[in-house]
Design a protein around this ligand. Sequence first.
Ligand code: ME8
Length: 646
Amino acid sequence: MSENTFYVTTPIYYVNDIPHIGHVYTTVAADVISRYMRMSGRKVMFLTGTDEHGQKVEQAARDRGKTPQEHCDEMVVRFKDLWRRFNISNDDFIRTTEERHIKVVQHFLQKLFDSGDIFKSSYSGWYCVPDERFWTEKDLDDGHCPDCGREVVQLEESNYFFKMSKYQDWLIKHIEDNANFIRPETRRNEMLGFLRNPLEDLCISRPKSRLNWGVEIPFDTDYVTYVWFDALINYVTSPGYTTDDERFAAFWPNCTHLIGKDILTTHTIYWPTMLKGEGLAPPARVFAHGWWTIEGHKMSKSVGNVVEPNMLLDKYGADAIRYFLLREVPFGLDGDFSHSALVGRINSDLANDIGNLLQRSLGMLEKYRDGVIPPAPDDSEMGDLSMEFVKASHKAVNELDEHMAVLSFDRALKAVWEFIGAANKYIDSAAPWTLAKEGKEAKLDSVMYTLFEAIRQVAVMINPFMPETGQKMFRQLGITQKKELHTFTSLEIWGGLPGGTKTFRGPALFPRIEEVQEVDVKEDKKDEGGRMKEEPQKTANVIGIEDFAKVELVTGKVLEAEAVPKSKKLIRMIVDTGEKRQIVAGIAEYYEPDDLVGRTIAVVGNLAPAKLMGVESNGMLLAAHDDNGLALVTFDKEVGVGVRIK
Ligand code: ME8
């Protein structure tokens, strides 16, 4: 086992839906710890990917009129593109439909079957179709799935089972002996509590007659593998289980799984017992973080509050979002996402604290030293103020290391921000402007050097969290090419920044964001009499033309329409907007499907797909609704399809 390696994984996300801010959270956290470890000299392997088998994905593909593979191939691009935009530095991206993974799953199954840990048995019980899980009568919550609250169906069939119960005592002991295995502590206690009840064996197959989209069971081709049993194995496929022994031996013992608290049982009960049966060690650490709500509400398609990460990126940029997610909420606790909290952090922590520190320091260096870093002073030339400040930098680095070791991202950032605060205070106390006025040149050199070495240290410390900003700071400090100054090892000794380096003053790192735009009243603020006019109204509801232009409104012709079965309100239409798309609208109480066919309507063309009663809708039609009913927006002249409405 190598001490010098670090292996981190995210859950592999389902491709039944597009990525949202929850997926971004775990992936950014994994990226931050990976970058930190790499910058500290560790050999890192960072894995993310997609979970592509199972009922949910098969259903999503069917809803879109695609084969499951076509559907997966399209959806996976959404994840990969998003990770690129967030500067995610994963070393591998695994898809469970890849041959390399299927082979390992089949190897795993065969080995467990041969050793007697998998057996066939008939099973009768309650089954939750969307969750793909069997439940016993006592598990049910008023006749519904205890996990998702939806209806369950009675099912009887022969299946294969993994002898999970056999490993219960071993697992309890493992959790008790390894305090770090399940983090944070609350989750560890939760699982120890769960294990006080007898562990049941795990149903790991699905008959092909019911579900075809999965990894075929190697010893019985009438069955496919249960999606969770298949998915968890991704974590050993990628580092080379059965294909690259050396790599696997180097990385697997130092594995941290980052997950949300929703999938704690699968990762800390199913997975370690599966590994035990296979003769493999459990992962070193499973960290289950908390849950994000959006503006105080559960994220939900039907509520329409799912935060689309691409929109956030367009508005705020990757680094501000990365910073916010990890600073706002202690890793492990639940949090609430709101635009105002995000803007608050951008303006105070980013624009004010760090942005200002860099701008004012570069401004002074330009003014007093033509933008060139003075030579490093000897300790004897530094004085108490500077010596104290250097101590503060060591404190920040040490605290950051301590907090990163336990994935306490918010505290790590807090330690850095305390140091940024100390740097801003150092400027005020050392008062370079007074030193310049009084001609104390040596002292001024010493202060300016100390300040810029501190800024370099800040740039290194924030780099894992905000890689674009870190690079911008290195550029402005004139050390882009000096990679040896970008590492955490370079912070062990004060004074890495070479004297004589030419800095470059660039644009502000984080311009302030005015959440509520004011009407521009610069010129006509006063009336003819020279008195101030009434203060303009805040215009939170007014949008600019560029915001309106983001909505793609187009004409579309209804080609087919039919009522959605079991729904009183929904009609499913095929609409030609230049391309044929399926739109589901809640208009059945006002229109007969046949009345709609042939009409030209107005459609929002670039709305993220949504599912209504399990039917995917790709777009929305425009209508006005008042006490008299609902009226579709139509056109008073013949107009073609796919014509932009402005
Ligand atoms: O569960 N807050 O995939 P998934 C915080 N394919 N994190 C959230 C979140 C929220 N509101 N919503 C989602 C699966 N997440 C399986 C995993 S692994 C072998 C198979 C994050 O697409 C969080 O990490 O439903 C959560 O565990 C994960 O997305 C669930 O992603």
